[in-house]
Design a protein around this ligand. Structure first.
Ligand code: NAP
Length: 283
């Protein structure tokens, strides 16, 4: 498995498996099991996905040793703050059936993130989690965390795909040694990405699909990607990206697809801050 090295020396697989919107726990367990059998060694979940228990069951039943699997989960907004974060972490570990976590992320840049971060620093110091990071933080929010705390986030997981390439974010994260991780590598299928003309044409040169081209493009930018699928053939397809290399012309051509705008919503939109802050998971 190809890995990136985080700012604390921990190795993280560059390609993993996402589990957002896999609400059916049987389907989630089966999909994670298929991902592990295929060779994925990074599994991404979150308290708010309400499927940590199914992810944990798949890991437990797998032949893959626990130490070979990099498990990420995330702290939801309702659990922000020092004490709440410590409680939420324990509950996530319990649902996952694990005695430690590989990566714990603040899911959204809202609420008492500094209180949460200090709890996560303590969990990190205690060895309960191997790396801590954030998600959906714009560079100013990452800098606020860096400037006022001891531990620099190891990872920032942000929407990144051909239509929202995050070049400024990537430069900022690189400069501050924070690993860029893509969520929504396929923009959840928007813009007809799986039939996209330019991506199809590029893929044909290598005998690869648009999905494989997108994942390869992220990997060649040193960005961790966590595609999600509940279909075994797609889980296999999305992992089959290590036997070809996109030329610099093709990398540039994909660069041209950037619309530099979210395909979903802005984390700086006050209405969305309110809406997301009102969402509570229920497990
Ligand atoms: P995504 O991976 O961009 O797209 C998933 C969609 O693409 C699903 O509808 C899937 O359908 C389809 N698909 C997957 N592979 C395909 C292929 N080879 N050919 C055709 N269709 C394919 O979207 P995402 O799940 O939102 O993002 C990935 C992961 O990032 C999530 O699962 C989650 O772990 C993480 N995430 C994090 C945040 C955050 O706020 N931190 C937000 C969103 C996502 P099927 O499942 O039906 O195959």
């Amino acid at each position: 498995m190809y890995t990136v090295t985080l700012n604390n020396g921990v190795e993280m697989p560059i390609l993993g498996f996402g589990t957002y919107q896999i609400d059916d726990l049987d389907i989630c367990e089966r999909s994670v099991s298929e991902a592990l059998d295929t060779g994925y060694r990074l599994i991404d979940t979150a308290a708010a996905y309400e499927n940590e228990a199914a992810v944990g069951d798949a890991i437990e039943k797998s032949d893959v040793p626990r130490e070979d699997v990099f498990v990420t989960t995330k702290l939801w907004i309702q659990d922000a703050g020092y004490e709440n974060t410590k409680d939420a972490f324990e509950r996530s570990l319990e649902r996952l059936g694990l005695d430690h976590l590989d990566l714990y992320l603040i899911h959204q840049p809202f609420g008492d993130v500094h209180g949460s971060w200090r709890a996560m620093e303590d969990l990190y110091d205690e060895g309960a989690v191997r790396a801590i990071g954030v998600s959906n933080f714009h560079p100013d929010r990452v800098m606020d965390l860096i400037a006022h705390n001891d531990v620099t986030p190891a990872v920032n997981q942000i929407e990144t795909h051909p239509f929202y390439q995050r070049r400024e974010d990537a430069d900022f994260l690189d400069e501050h040694d924070v690993q860029h991780e893509s969520w929504g590598p396929f923009a959840e299928g928007k813009n007809d990405i799986f039939q996209h003309d330019a991506l199809t044409d590029i893929g044909e040169q290598y005998g690869k699909t648009p999905a494989q081209v997108v994942l390869r493009w992220l990997i060649q930018r040193d960005i961790v990607a966590i595609p999600k699928s509940v279909h075994e053939e797609r889980i296999t397809e999305n992992f089959d990206v290590f036997d070809f290399e996109l030329s610099s012309e093709d990398m540039d051509a994909i660069g041209e697809l950037d619309e530099d705008e979210s395909q979903f919503f802005s984390h700086r939109d006050p209405e969305m801050v309110k809406q997301l802050s009102d969402v509570e998971y229920d497990i």
